[in-house]
Design a protein around this ligand. Structure first.
Ligand code: FES
Length: 216
């Protein structure tokens, strides 16, 4: 004998709950197409939002962790802290600056003389920066000692990141005024420009050193 479940026929006009699958199965092709389009747009918007969130996160990371560009106008990597024992001075031509170490501190000095813009070399024998154009002299920290310069050498912000030395050449910090000395300004030996200054005094003005000025 067959055993079955008797199903009552729904009353006319009664609400009937059916599964989505059944609904879809009974939807017209046009309605199904509409549902598919809405789902596609929903996925597209979610994908777009996720992409924008990733982009925003990456931009924030870039701002907080600037990568060295290696050239003047950006962040320049200047080696590691261990490269700078006391008294060390390293020149970075592409970045147009020196990094000098003295009394346990590092300073990044713009190569451009604040007087008329000549490049100021570091004199190893005297331990000072000596401008060959008009004789301005600065100590190892770029602090003004003598000559026509209106102030000490300009600087760049310097940051230690782990062991890396990073110099931000995008912003110039004006040098210290006359008389501001934080380290000794005494020469440790002969001046590099003394002989040139004597030769200039004896000869006509407009020496070759003046013509190589304005290096930026
Ligand atoms: S440009 Fe350096 S002293 Fe004049």
């Amino acid at each position: 004998m067959d055993v079955g479940v008797a199903l009552e026929a729904p009353l006319p006009g009664a609400l009937i709950d059916v599964a989505d699958d059944e609904k879809t199965a009974h939807e017209t092709p046009a309605a199904a197409e509409g549902v598919g389009r809405r789902r596609f747009l929903g996925y597209a918007w979610k994908g777009l939002a996720a992409g924008l969130a990733i982009e925003a996160g990456w931009t924030t990371y870039d701002i907080l962790n600037p990568q060295p560009s290696g050239a003047f106008g950006g962040i320049v990597a200047a080696g590691s802290v261990s490269d700078y024992p006391a008294g060390a001075v390293k020149y970075f031509q592409d970045g147009r600056f020196y990094v000098a170490s003295s009394d346990g501190a590092l300073v990044a000095l713009y190569q451009k003389c604040p007087h008329l813009g000549c490049r100021v070399p570091f004199c190893e024998s005297s331990g000072r920066f000596e401008c060959p154009c008009h004789g301005s002299i600065y100590n190892i920290r770029g602090e003004y000692i003598e000559g026509p310069a209106p102030r000490g050498m300009d600087r760049f912000p310097l940051k230690i990141d782990g062991d890396r030395v990073l110099v931000d050449t995008a912003s110039v910090v004006e040098g210290l005024p006359h008389g501001a000395h934080s380290v000794s300004s005494e020469p440790k030996g002969p001046s590099c420009i003394a002989s040139k200054a004597a030769a200039s005094a004896a000869g006509p003005k407009g020496s070759s050193t003046e013509k190589e000025s304005a290096n930026g």
